[in-house]
Design a protein around this ligand. Structure first.
Ligand SMILES: Cc1cc2nc3c(=O)[nH]c(=O)nc-3n(C[C@H](O)[C@H](O)[C@H](O)COP(=O)(O)O)c2cc1C
Length: 312
């Protein structure tokens, strides 16, 4: 038996078993189907579809994307087909794949989140929900749900009640004073896992015209530029909660994956890297076994155990 044969890449995220810890991230992998001619979806640990809202959304004015040093800004404005069209037109096409599909859910108010989940509860073919709580809460004066522990608890409990059939992951905002407090609020309110984290609010200006590079003026920073910052947030979150943490932010290489798994992520998601290389998540899944062999680990959890013993 070779060293590679002894490696077990599977991970347990609450009730959900993934064949490997590499998922494609929401907003960077469409509804999955668009990538099916390029990527063997069955080789991924899973994927998260574009954020779904109660009604279709056309999104922000162009330009919506702009490159920045070691990263990218986006202001897509939550464009999506709406939850009912997703269930009717997209989900049936995904049922032939043997890969967990998670629906990313967002709303402008608590009732929106609940309504989107209720619609999804009636549909077959989903492995779980990922609640995006980093979007504006219009009804409560433009604050973000995700930055206040009491509001996080409120929206997660409401979603938990609606999501009777399936696991509920909660995707945290990175722009918070103490991510441990937010994570604990989500855990106590019934989250099965936490995804850490979303993009960082940011800007870029064209100095010839002094116009913003984005139609929306501001956007979210993603890509390698954010990796060290989010890596620390994953570590802080891991220390604060007992439920699994899924890390994402700037992952491009298998070494990036090892870093996230070492600080305590049970799985990772790949976002911006899919823009340059649509096969990025499949590539990372297929090179992870050798990377584990090189670090003399045979299971994903060995990496965090070793990190803790090396760093006290
Ligand atoms: C173009 C674009 C669209 C995104 N749309 C969503 C979304 O609908 N819901 C969500 O939770 N995150 C969304 N994200 C955030 C990503 O899922 C991810 O959290 C973030 O980009 C950091 O990971 P990365 O550096 O690997 O891209 C989007 C990111 C990008 C770049």
């Amino acid at each position: 038996m070779s060293a590679a044969d002894a490696v077990d890449l599977s991970v347990q995220i609450g009730a959900l078993r993934l064949r490997n810890p590499i998922l494609a991230a929401s907003g960077t992998f469409g509804y999955g189907i668009e990538f099916a001619h390029l990527v063997d979806l069955n080789r991924l640990g899973g994927f998260v579809v574009k954020g779904l809202s109660r009604e279709p959304i056309e999104g922000a004015p162009p330009p919506r994307l702009c490159e920045t040093p070691s990263g990218m800004l986006n202001a897509v404005g939550l464009q999506n087909v709406g939850v009912r069209a997703f269930v009717a037109d997209k989900l049936p096409l995904l049922r032939k794949y043997d890969t967990p599909v998670l629906a990313n859910v967002f709303g402008y108010c608590l009732e929106d989140y609940v309504e989107v989940i209720r619609t999804l509860e009636d549909a077959e073919g989903l492995a779980g929900y990922e609640l995006n709580i980093s979007c504006p809460n219009v009804k409560k004066g433009g604050m973000q749900f995700g930055s206040n522990p009491a509001q996080v608890a409120e929206v997660v409990s409401a979603a938990r009640k609606a999501a009777a059939r399936r696991p509920l992951w909660v995707k945290l905002s990175p722009l918070v004073a103490d991510i441990g407090l937010i994570a604990q609020a989500a855990e106590s309110a019934g989250a099965d896992a936490l995804t850490v984290a979303n993009t960082y609010p940011a800007m870029a200006i064209d100095t010839r015209t002094l116009k913003s590079h984005l139609g929306n003026l501001t956007g979210g920073l993603s890509g390698p530029a954010i990796k060290p910052i989010t890596l620390r947030l994953v570590w802080e979150t891991k220390k604060a909660v007992k439920i699994p943490v899924i890390g994402l932010g700037g992952i491009e290489t298998v070494e990036d994956v090892l870093e996230y798994l070492s600080v305590g992520a049970s799985a990772v998601q790949v976002g911006t890297a899919s823009f340059a290389d649509p096969r990025a998540s499949e590539r990372l899944a297929s090179t992870l076994t050798d990377a584990l062999v090189r670090t003399k680990a045979s299971r994903i959890s060995d990496l965090h155990a070793r990190f803790v013993s090396e760093n006290g």
